[in-house]
Design a protein around this ligand. Structure first.
Ligand SMILES: *Cc1c(COP(=O)(O)O)cnc(C)c1O
Length: 424
């Protein structure tokens, strides 16, 4: 199967891209190809597959749910898997985040968060439409989510005319950038509905890290100027950074988005979680104060069952300890890349390991990884690993060695490669 006649692939120039690899199965950390080869998954299927493929506990939970209630509409009807999951999420999340609105993809969870923020103000009699987002931030591919994604990330090209009003700021990492954010919020405070940020790690914008002080500065600025704060934890949620969630207890958001690893990578599901005071603005005697959003497959019971089973595994298996071990091993085993010409940084946080290149060449390196039996998908100017948390040290070594070898090879010919832009 190299002919994919009827398919349109993501982020792909269909006229020139190499044929995709046909996959016939997956187990644990391995993806099985139609030709019999196996690839160790170094990116957890876009950061979703935290317990590995086909974890028996999740498979059993989904099968049991399939026999009871695969789907039912979620307006006027409710079911135990969704209620149970919402209660568990509320308990795990920081702050007063207490109302869970389910959808089926991360971008939609962000759309819902943006709509909640705008309507929060409208319900209180204020007309605020703009958002503040950060350089290198990524929040999804739908028009609203794209509007708060940094155009520099390369997802916009054809869509620059479609934007909800937004301002882009530098992350407030130091006194100057804190002052700039303050100025922006002060100047436009009556237009700005919310600030949106990916806490600790900006993912698709290049796996860039920031510290807790930066998040606290954003929270403080939002409080001072009276605007809402949205944390997009679609990538960081469920242990990826080493904590269950990246949002700190002392600087929680007013609205938080989850998806990717929510179901342990098994089924599509997302959640937008609102704090008590945000939710309160939607409760009144006026019908028009209600949130007018309702995805058809909202809170799909199979997906909720998978998510509940995934949360069970975080309770019964030592996931965060595994993430800490992965972090230590990647720090050791990716370190040699630091010395290579053309490499400007090596950084690791939790189960995210990044080799930062000086040039955006990374997509050209993809075939070299497949040759080495690993599934690693560099993009832009980074080569990165986000392995499943259940990976064995030997398999992680195979991944790290592949990264070091491929980057070393590239480094040798660093001035001879073209510099195509690429996306995750
Ligand atoms: C992946 C991602 C999204 C978009 O999620 P989709 O399910 O692909 O729509 C939004 N925000 C962040 C931080 C993400 O990593």
């Amino acid at each position: 199967m190299t002919c994919i006649d009827a398919l349109w692939l993501p982020y792909t120039q269909m006229a020139t891209a190499p044929a995709p690899l046909p996959v016939v199965g997956a187990q644990g950390v391995r993806i099985r190809l139609a030709d019999g080869r196996e690839l160790i998954d170094g990116i957890s299927s876009w950061w979703t597959m935290c317990h590995g493929y086909r974890h028996p506990h999740i498979v059993a939970a989904v099968k049991a749910q399939l026999d009871t209630l695969p789907h039912v509409m979620f307006a006027g009807l409710v079911h135990e898997p969704a209620l149970k999951l919402a209660r568990r999420l509320v308990k795990l999340l920081p702050g007063t985040l207490e109302r869970v609105f389910f959808s089926e993809s991360g971008s939609v969870a962000v759309e819902v968060a943006l709509k909640i923020a705008v309507q929060y103000w409208r319900n209180r009699g204020e007309d605020r439409h703009a958002f503040v987002a950060f350089k290198d931030g990524y929040h999804g591919d739908t028009l609203g989510a794209l509007s708060v994604t940094d155009p520099g990330c390369g997802f916009h090209a054809a869509m620059s005319a479609y934007r909800v009003p937004q301002f882009f700021a530098a992350l407030p990492r130091d006194a100057a950038t804190r002052a700039a954010l303050d100025d922006l919020l002060e100047k436009h405070r009556l237009d700005i509905a919310a600030v949106i940020v990916e806490p600790r790690v900006q993912g698709a914008g290049g796996m860039r890290f920031h510290d807790l002080a930066t998040l606290r500065a954003i929270r403080a600025a939002c409080d001072e100027h009276g605007v809402l704060l949205i944390h997009d934890e679609i990538m960081t949620g469920f242990g990826r950074t080493g904590q269950m969630f990246a949002s700190p207890a002392d600087a929680p958001p007013d609205i938080l988005c989850l998806s990717k690893a929510l179901t342990g990578g098994t089924l599509p599901l997302a959640a937008t979680v609102a704090s008590d005071h945000v939710f309160a603005a939607f409760c009144s005697a006026r019908a028009e104060d209600a949130l007018m959003h309702g995805p058809t497959f909202m809170a799909n019971p199979l997906a909720c069952a998978a998510a509940n089973a995934s949360l069970d595994l975080f309770e019964t298996e030592p996931r965060l300890e595994q993430v800490a071990a992965i972090e230590a091993q990647m720090k050791r085993e990716l370190a040699p890349c630091r010395a290579l010409p053309g490499v400007s940084d090596v950084r690791v946080m939790g189960a995210i390991g990044v080799v930062q290149l000086e040039h955006p060449v990374a997509a050209a390196l993809r075939p070299a990884f497949i040759e080495r039996g690993v599934w690693v998908r560099p993009f832009g100017d980074i080569v990165y690993l986000t392995p499943p948390f259940v990976i064995e040290p030997a398999d992680l070594s195979t991944l790290a060695t592949a990264v070091c070898e491929v980057v070393a090879e590239w480094s040798k010919q660093v001035h001879r490669l073209p510099c195509p832009i690429s996306t995750p």
